[in-house]
Design a binder for this molecule. Structure first.
Ligand code: KG4
Ligand code: ZN
Length: 362
């Protein structure tokens, strides 16, 4: 069962090709990070237009990577080796999702293959099921997760703990009540003058800082597995304002030029420690209560070395995580979940009418 997966929910135009939900044949991602970095975040209209430009070349590259011997054939001819198409239909930016869904609908119709509609957040978890590849430069888990699986999903748009009893049978244990953890990384990076996306730039800079220099609070919430990051973000702002001798009226835009390099490093190191500790605390609590067979981390923030380290230190089993190229948005995770849907005999979507759902929840 070979599935081609298309992902365009935010600022990555991505196509992946996966066999049987475990073998990675292609993972082509064109990131728009450079375009959006000049604005300090993703601009939806720009993202949608960039997806239109990138979609066809990304599709062709993925197909050529998976089927190198068919390089001279047309895309439609190469598609004959694919059994199904999978596409992210939500959650995400409307204009961006539309490009992926329209492309997938056209491909499914023209090649007469079944089409599977995939939830982006659920897709992130499935990146961890890929254990084999012919591609260079991928460090994949040696074993696939075993059910019940506790999944910590941490990205730019989502922060949630989900317990999977089996494929497609899951319960959301808790989620963020305000900002996502990746969003907090991006905002703190902006306050300290570090480039977008904030996660990778904060983790680099944090290595040079004292992670106990600033005392930031952890949010206390009613739901035992719920999260909140807006208080932490405000605490970082107040602490930075205080360091430069200003009060709360100083705009955060003034901070990068007034903080010293040492102060910035201490702020981001302390922020990173507390933000990661927050999600690790709840994952450990959920692990102890539900005693799952596997714990996986998924989403862009799952590439954080600090998260991987803290979890490995505190969990009695080895947490499962995958190559950073499969943690951030990609088409392979969508193709993987597509494989499991196809293999389970799930109902395919109607290629004439599948619509996007920007607010789709798990
Ligand atoms: O999953 P993703 O590519 O997009 C969404 O679905 O949101 O996640 C992107 C997020 C960004 O907020 C980025 O700052 C964060 O993942 N991120 C990281 C790291 N690498 C990416 N956060 C912390 N540490 C990292 N190493
Ligand atoms: Zn994502």
């Amino acid at each position: 069962m070979k599935v081609l997966g298309i992902e365009t929910s935010c600022d990555e135009t991505a196509v992946g090709i996966v066999e049987d939900g475990q073998i990675l044949h292609a993972n082509t991602v064109v990131s728009q990070i450079d375009i959006h970095a000049t604005y300090g975040g993703v601009v939806p209209e720009v993202a949608a237009r960039s997806h239109i430009e990138a979609m066809t070349p990304v599709l062709e590259t993925a197909l050529n990577t998976a089927f190198p011997t068919l390089a001279n054939k047309t895309a439609l001819e190469k598609l004959s080796d694919i059994d199904a198409i999978a596409v992210t239909y939500g959650a995400g930016l409307g204009g961006s999702l539309l490009i992926g869904v329209m492309t997938a609908r056209s491909l499914a119709l023209s090649s007469n293959k079944p089409l599977y509609a995939i939830n982006h957040v659920e897709g992130h978890v499935y990146a961890n099921f890929l254990t084999k590849t012919f591609l260079d430069g991928y460090k994949l888990p040696t074993e696939a997760p075993k059910f019940p699986v506790l999944a910590l999903i941490v990205s730019g748009g989502h922060t949630q703990l989900v317990l999977f009893h089996d494929h497609f049978k899951y319960e959301v244990l808790g989620k963020t009540q305000d900002d996502a953890i990746g969003e907090a990384f991006d905002k703190v990076a902006k306050m300290t003058g570090l480039p977008y996306p904030g996660g990778p730039s904060i983790s680099k800079e944090a290595e040079f800082g004292d992670s106990h220099a600033c005392h930031f609070p952890k949010a206390r919430l009613e739901g035992p597995y719920d999260f909140s990051f807006s208080g932490l973000k405000t605490a970082v702002l107040r602490s930075a304002q205080q360091m430069v001798g200003a009060d709360h009226t100083l705009s955060s835009l003034e901070l990068p030029s007034r903080l010293t390099t040492g102060q910035k490093r201490n702020i981001v190191a302390s922020f990173q420690r507390v933000a990661i500790e927050t999600v690790v605390d709840k994952t450990i609590n959920a692990f102890e209560y539900y005693t799952p067979s596997s714990v996986v981390i998924a989403g862009g923030v799952a590439s954080s070395q600090e998260l991987r380290k803290q979890l490995a230190e505190r969990l009695p089993i080895n947490p499962i995580y995958t190559d950073p190229k499969l943690c951030t948005d990609n088409g392979a995770m969508i193709a993987t979940l597509g494989c499991f849907k196809a293999m389970s005999g799930a109902t395919a979507a109607d290629p004439y009418s599948l619509e996007i759902n920007p607010n789709l929840k798990m």
